[in-house]
Design a protein around this ligand. Structure first.
Ligand SMILES: Cc1cc2nc3c(=O)[nH]c(=O)nc-3n(C[C@H](O)[C@H](O)[C@H](O)COP(=O)(O)OP(=O)(O)OC[C@H]3O[C@@H](n4cnc5c(N)ncnc54)[C@H](O)[C@@H]3O)c2cc1C
Ligand SMILES: NC(=O)c1ccc[n+]([C@@H]2O[C@H](COP(=O)([O-])OP(=O)(O)OC[C@H]3O[C@@H](n4cnc5c(N)ncnc54)[C@H](O)[C@@H]3O)[C@@H](O)[C@H]2O)c1
Length: 459
C-alpha cells in the first residue's frame, strides 16, 4: 500500500466538502481540506445565508406597512443598505469562523489556497505537493458569464450581495431561482426592477400553478415582467448597461443582474492530469456512489451539477464519507433523492416537494388535484392583497400523496414538515385523519376534502 500524506484530501470547503471532511475525520480518517476563497463556500458566504438575510430586510419593509393596519403608528421608513451590508459582512465572518472551528475541532487540517490536481492521488497548493488515498472534488459552481454576448461584464448574485446601496433601476436576466428571488427582494428594497426571461412564466420545471402565482406576486411587488424576452446582446456603457433585444428594441439600466445560471468549477483543476473528462458544462461525471471513472477520485455537490442545493451537497458528503470510512466500507447508505423539497425565497415564498402536475401526468399518474387559494387571516384583517395557494397531487389509484406545492407565507417551513410525510409514503386518507392545528394556514393541507379536478394522463 503506497504511503500517502492523508487518507482524504477534499478540494473545496463549501457545504458538501465540509460535511464530508468532518464525517470522515470523525470516522478516523486523516483529512485535509483545501479552500481557495472562504471556508463555508457559496451557501454561507455568497448564497443561501446572505440571500435570506437580504430577504428578511425586504420582508421587514412589508411588515412595517402591515403594522399600520394592526394599529402601530409607524413613521415613514427608508431602507439603507450600508448598515445591512456591514452586519451581513460581520455575520458571514462569524459563520466562517464557526466553520473553521468545527473543522479544527474535528481534526481536519484546513489548508488555504487554490488546489490543482497533478496526477493520481496528488494535489498541489501553492508550493505544497500533497498526496491522499482518496481525492474528493467538492469545488461547487460559479455564475455563467458567457450565456449572452456581453453579459460577462454584468454583476452576478455575488455582487448583489455585496452592494452598499440599492440601485435605482435593475434589469434582471434569467427567470430561475436567483432571478426571481433577487427581483422580489430588490423591488421591496426600493429598486425599480425589470425581469427578463425566455419562457412564458418564470421558474421553469416548477408546477405551472406556482409559476403563474410567482409571476403575479412579482408584479404585485412592482416588478415589470418581460416574459418570453431575453436580450441577444448586452453592451457596457459609461453609466450602466444597454440590453439589445431581438426585436431591435433596447433597454438601459444602471445595474443588470446576470442570473442566467451557474456552471461547475472544474476549469484549471487539473482533471486532465487524471484523464478525467467533464461533460458539456464542465460537470464531473459520477455514478450513484459519487465515484468518477478514475479510481480514488470522487465528487459531490454542485460540481456534479445534479440537484444544486445545499442539503443535497451535505447529504452526499456524509453518505460518501460513511461509505468509505464507516464501519462497513462499501455499504453506501445513499440518501433518498427521489423526493427533494425545495424553496424559492420570493415574497411570499414557494415551498414544493414532488413532481409538478405536468410531470406527474407525463409519468402516467391519474391525479386527484386538491387546491386551496385564499387570503390568509393576517392579510384579510388589513385589507392586504397577498394570497396563499396550496395544492396536493394525489395518485387516484393508490391514494398516495405525490406532491405538495405551496406559495404563501411560511411555505418553506410548512413544506419542510410535510416532506417527512411524503418521504414516509403518506396517503390522502392519512392526511384526512390528521387533526388540524387552528388557526393556521397549514391546516388547509389536512382539510382539503373534494378534489378540484381529476386528470388523466394524455387528457
Ligand atoms: C445566490 C444563491 C442563493 C442560494 N440559495 C440557496 C438556498 O436558499 N437553498 C439551497 O439549498 N441552496 C441555495 N443555493 C445553492 C447552494 O449554495 C449550493 O447548492 C451549495 O453551496 C453547493 O455546495 P458545494 O459544497 O457543492 O459547493 P460550494 O458551497 O460552492 O463550495 C465549493 C467551495 O470550493 C471552493 N473551490 C473551488 N475551486 C477550488 C479549488 N481549485 N481549490 C480550492 N477550493 C476551491 C470554492 O471557493 C467554494 O468555497 C444558492 C446559491 C446561490 C448562488
Ligand atoms: N432557494 C434555493 O434553493 C436556491 C436559490 C438560488 C440558487 N439555487 C441553486 O442555484 C442554482 C443556480 O441558480 P440560477 O438561478 O442561477 O440558475 P437556474 O438554472 O435556476 O436559472 C437560470 C435561468 O437563466 C435562464 N437562462 C439561461 N441561459 C439564458 C440565456 N442565454 N438567455 C436568457 N436566459 C437564460 C434559464 O432559462 C433560467 O431561467 C439553482 O438551479 C439552484 O439549484 C437555489
Amino acid at each position: 500500500m503506497p504511503d500517502y500524506d492523508y487518507d482524504l484530501i477534499t478540494l473545496g470547503a463549501g457545504s458538501g466538502g465540509v460535511a464530508a471532511s468532518r464525517r470522515a475525520s470523525a470516522l478516523g480518517a486523516k483529512v485535509a481540506i483545501i479552500e481557495g476563497s472562504r471556508v463555508g463556500g457559496t451557501c454561507v458566504i455568497r448564497g443561501c445565508v446572505p440571500k435570506k438575510l437580504m430577504m428578511y430586510a425586504a420582508q421587514l419593509g412589508d411588515a412595517l406597512h402591515e403594522a399600520r393596519g394592526y394599529g402601530w403608528a409607524v413613521e415613514a421608513a427608508a431602507f439603507d443598505m450600508a448598515p445591512w451590508a456591514a452586519q451581513k459582512a460581520a455575520e458571514t465572518r462569524r459563520l466562517e469562523g464557526v466553520y473553521r472551528q468545527l473543522l479544527n475541532g474535528a481534526g481536519v487540517q484546513v489548508i488555504d489556497g487554490w488546489a490543482r490536481i497533478d496526477g493520481p492521488n496528488t494535489v498541489v497548493v501553492g508550493e505544497q505537493r500533497l498526496t491522499a488515498r482518496h481525492l474528493l472534488i467538492a469545488t461547487g459552481a460559479r455564475p455563467v458569464r458567457d450565456s449572452i454576448e456581453g453579459i460577462g461584464d454584468c454583476p452576478t448574485s455575488d455582487d448583489v450581495l455585496d452592494l452598499q446601496a440599492v440601485p435605482a433601476e435593475v434589469g434582471v436576466i434569467g427567470g430561475g431561482y436567483i432571478g426571481v428571488e433577487f427581483a422580489s427582494i430588490l423591488a421591496r428594497l426600493g429598486a425599480r426592477v425589470h425581469l427578463f426571461y425566455r419562457d412564458r412564466q418564470p421558474l421553469r420545471g416548477f408546477d405551472d400553478d406556482l409559476r403563474t402565482r410567482v409571476a403575479q406576486a412579482l408584479e404585485a411587488a412592482g416588478v415589470v415582467l418581460h416574459p418570453g424576452q431575453s436580450p441577444q446582446r448586452v453592451a457596457r456603457q459609461a453609466e450602466g448597461y444597454e440590453l439589445h433585444m431581438p426585436s431591435g428594441m433596447t433597454h438601459r439600466f444602471p445595474f443588470v443582474l446576470n442570473a442566467t445560471g451557474r456552471r461547475p468549477n472544474t476549469q484549471g483543476l487539473g482533471l486532465d492530469t487524471l484523464g478525467l473528462q467533464t461533460d458539456r458544462v464542465g460537470a464531473v461525471p459520477v455514478n450513484e456512489r459519487f465515484e468518477t471513472p478514475v479510481p480514488g477520485v470522487h465528487a459531490i455537490g454542485d460540481v456534479t451539477n445534479k440537484r444544486n442545493l445545499t442539503p443535497v451537497a451535505i447529504a452526499e458528503g456524509r453518505a460518501w464519507a460513511d461509505a468509505h470510512f464507516g464501519s462497513e466500507p462499501g455499504a453506501v447508505a445513499l440518501p433518498d433523492f427521489s423526493l427533494i423539497a425545495t424553496a424559492v425565497f420570493t415574497l411570499p415564498p414557494v415551498g414544493t416537494i414532488g413532481p409538478s402536475e405536468a410531470d406527474a401526468l407525463a409519468a402516467g399518474h391519474t391525479l386527484k388535484v386538491f387546491e386551496s387559494d385564499f387570503r390568509p387571516m393576517k392579510q384579510t384583517f388589513i385589507g392586504g392583497a397577498e394570497r396563499s395557494y396550496m395544492k396536493l397531487l394525489v395518485d387516484a389509484d393508490t391514494d398516495r400523496v405525490l406532491a405538495v406545492h405551496m406559495i404563501g407565507a411560511d411555505a418553506p417551513e410548512i413544506v419542510q414538515s410535510l416532506a417527512v410525510a411524503l418521504t414516509c409514503g403518506a396517503t390522502k386518507a392519512q392526511f384526512d385523519r390528521t387533526v388540524a392545528v387552528h388557526p393556521t394556514s397549514a391546516e388547509e393541507f389536512v382539510l382539503m376534502r373534494q378534489p378540484a379536478r381529476v386528470v388523466k394522463p394524455g387528457a
